[in-house]
Design a protein around this ligand. Structure first.
Ligand SMILES: [Zn+2]
Length: 78
């Protein structure tokens, strides 16, 4: 696991319940272990699909931002 993955594992997502729309807060790390959620509003259980894909998308977005910041910093440094 990379540092970034470890950080993302702590990141909380708000997944809307498929039944009542209530947002259920859960960390990515928890979803990777168990992708079943129980809604705190109505008690319905939801299976969150594509957790790995979500993680990859987030990593891509973070890396893109990091690259932009680095480019900006090097411009400012000149
Ligand atoms: Zn619900």
């Amino acid at each position: 696991m990379t540092d970034l993955q470890a950080k993302l594992a702590q990141h909380t997502l708000n997944i809307p319940c498929g039944n009542c729309g209530e947002k259920v807060a859960v960390t990515i790390g928890r979803l990777k272990e168990d992708n079943h959620l129980v809604c705190s509003g109505c008690g319905a259980s939801t299976t969150v699909e594509h957790v790995e894909q979500m993680e990859r998308d987030l990593i891509g977005a973070v890396e893109e931002q990091t690259a932009k910041i680095r480019a900006l910093m090097s411009k400012l440094g000149k």
